[in-house]
Ligand binder design. Sequence first.
Ligand code: PEP
Length: 249
Amino acid sequence: MARKKIVAGNWKMNMTPSQAVKLVETLKPLVASDDVDVVYCVPAIDIVPVVEACKGTNVEVGAENMYFEEKGAYTGEISAEMLVDAGVKYVIIGHSERRDYFKEDDALLNKKVKKAIEAGLTPILCCGESLEQREMGVTLDWINLQIKSDLDGVAASDVANMIIAYEPIWAIGTGKTATSDQAEEVCGAIRRTIAAMYDEATAEAVRIQYGGSVNAGNAAELFGKPDIDGGLVGGASLKEDFGKIVNYK
Ligand code: PEP
């Protein structure tokens, strides 16, 4: 069965709550689609108003991060249960900015993936290589290691329903997009890793996004590749262009 494309915006640390609601209203007619799942991953403080503003639309709301513990003395953190109760459906886990600036490692990300699934959230698990790693020729080994570590102990049926986002670090926010062949090579390799870890059916079911300077001009070529099931979009998700990315065909 063909996988449904999924396009998710990653707003990062942008948009105050009132700006967020305005953006949702502006994008509402532009992102309407029956063919593509649309998600806005928004800052924690925007979740409640954005969930409200998206009611009755085709857009689901995601968080940009969460903590793996149930509750308690973790000042500043947000639990999976809180997200679910607020109406969140997706959560980005392991974005390269969190891995880099906040030193999140694969052992921690594995706990987050498991907790998100247990709570009923769909993880958008990010992986990706640095420019140095690409130039050293270790991209596929590195991605393989990230996927294997982050999914350790996760059941096949849960992997089949989650999202993996391949985001080369050198392409994020740089305007330097991976070519569609480069992106397809890695997304295909991720699918083969999932087949080896689980089985063909799980590999065929899991949706794999590309992220890294996706825009209205390159989305169609990237999303046209057989192993690329949509995109995780940073900068362009804050503009009207996001509608063109969703309706890329
Ligand atoms: C991202 O932050 O996940 C991302 C892909 O950003 P951009 O689209 O701006 O490169």
